[in-house]
Design a protein around this ligand. Structure first.
Ligand code: SF4
Length: 429
């Protein structure tokens, strides 16, 4: 949206009370996100200057299209998840005095708006997220995303390659491919291009990009072709984000996931054989309706056996409008929370042991900042995705090591979360 507005001649301010238009882009797939979005809207509404207009975009108006104007009279217009491309038009219509409070977002449609040359946020600098598909055609019983963002619509490979080159020209060195389910990329396009072929082309045709990382894999769609491409292509981060959700087959079935725990374990085993240095992140959920003590024990055993390098555990949230919210045998929140805490307690020790295995490893680390005391660089290697994973703190040994450089670093210490290293003489540019 900011790229479109810039192109249309609008300018930006970070000071809300100076703005003519205030735009809040929202997330609303779970209740805490809804609450955060509403708080942000009310916050901005309180700094609205005389005559300014407040526009709410994204998932909140898409999910609550009938309620939003009723509940939030401060809002002047909404932009649904399929309407980002119309942002400039919305602002112009408001400026012409038109009331848009009767507009309801339609069904999410094409994803052409993603093809505009965008400016990644300054905070990112050396890396950028690159969306390869929008929406999801899986139907996990607890998830609101398919109803908010529509079925999967993949972008054309050429459009993704073009955006990757544009980002590389802006100085981006690491691309992070995202979609609701990256492993199913391309299945809805003619010719069904695969994620593996997209990765091959991206790494061959954008020389400025040093590392490509993929998030949000689904084990059942993790093909041999993809695993082999990851294993043989040095520009693909040996990193796998595989949110499995559970490991009891009974729970997986009720969740409407497509696989069994044995299939998930088989895929993990296979990819670890192909890529021994692979870092695996996963997410699981406790308290799904009907989850028994036995189901929980199966999950805990799985976590102890698989030894994910990183793991997040969430408590099930009965989201309005999802099949799971209507299922019998809802698990009390307190029980689910105790189970989640137990998983995280076990995982803390596993993460420490997995991190400590990396002591002595030499790996390129992209320096992205300095620690709060201004002594150590902080950065990420192939094993750390921004925002969710630990950082590596590095003592620099050469004066030319600077933010944006990517020297080889020897890992010398590790805790359950962050790692510490020393930079070496060799550079990895
Ligand atoms: S794959 Fe992910 S986004 Fe799609 S329905 Fe399942 S949880 Fe939701």
């Amino acid at each position: 949206m900011s790229a479109i507005l810039r192109k249309e001649g609008f300018s930006f301010t970070g000071t809300p009370h100076l703005a003519d238009y205030l735009i809040v882009n929202t997330c609303a797939f779970i209740q805490p996100a809804v609450e955060e979005a509403i708080e942000a809207i009310l916050d901005l509404a309180s700094s609205k200057k005389e005559g300014a207009r407040l526009i709410v975009a994204g998932c909140l108006p898409q999910r609550y299209k009938d309620e939003i104007f009723k509940e939030l009279p401060e809002v002047d217009a909404v932009i649904g998840t399929g309407e980002y491309g119309s942002v400039a038009q919305v602002l112009r219509r408001l400026s012409a005095g038109e009331s848009l409070r009767t507009h309801r977002p339609g069904l999410p449609g094409d994803v052409i708006y993603l093809d505009i040359d965008r400016q990644p946020s300054a905070r990112q600098g050396t890396y950028a997220y690159l969306k390869i598909a929008e929406g999801c055609s899986n139907a996990c019983a607890y998830c609101t995303i398919p109803s908010i963002r529509g079925p999967q619509r993949s972008r054309q490979p050429q459009a993704i390659l073009r955006e990757a080159s544009h980002l590389a020209d802006l100085g981006v060195r690491e691309l992070i491919l995202v979609a609701q389910d990256t492993t199913r990329y391309g299945r809805d396009l003619a010719g069904q291009p695969t994620l593996a072929s997209l990765l091959r082309q991206l790494t061959e045709k954008t020389p400025g990009i040093e590392l490509v990382r993929c998030l949000y894999f689904y084990a059942d769609a993790l093909t041999d072709e993809l695993m082999e491409e990851m294993a043989s292509n040095p520009k693909i981060a040996p990193y796998m984000d595989l949110p499995i959700q559970h490991a009891s087959d009974a729970v997986l079935r009720r969740m409407r996931r497509h696989e069994t725990a044995a299939e998930i374990e088989g895929k993990i085993h296979r990819i670890r054989q192909l890529i021994p240095e692979l870092i695996i992140r996963s997410t699981v959920m406790t308290g799904f309706p009907g989850e028994t003590e036995e189901d929980f024990r199966i999950l805990l055993d799985f976590v102890q056996r698989i030894r994910f390098d990183r793991l997040g555990c969430f408590v099930f949230c009965a989201e309005e409008g999802t099949p799971a919210a209507r299922m019998p045998d809802q698990v009390p929140f307190a029980t689910a929370s105790i189970r989640a805490a137990k998983i995280m307690e076990v995982q803390k020790q596993i993460a420490l042991e997995q991190n400590r295995k990396r002591i002595g490893q030499v790996t390129p680390v992209l320096f992205e900042g300095v620690d709060e005391r201004g002594i150590l660089f902080q950065g990420r290697s192939y094993g750390e995705a921004p925002d969710v994973d630990p950082l590596i703190f590095v003592a620099a040994t050469r004066p030319d090591h600077a933010i944006g450089s990517r020297p080889a670093v020897r890992i010398v210490d590790a805790g359950p979360y962050d790692l510490t290293g020393v930079s070496l003489d060799e550079h990895c540019e």
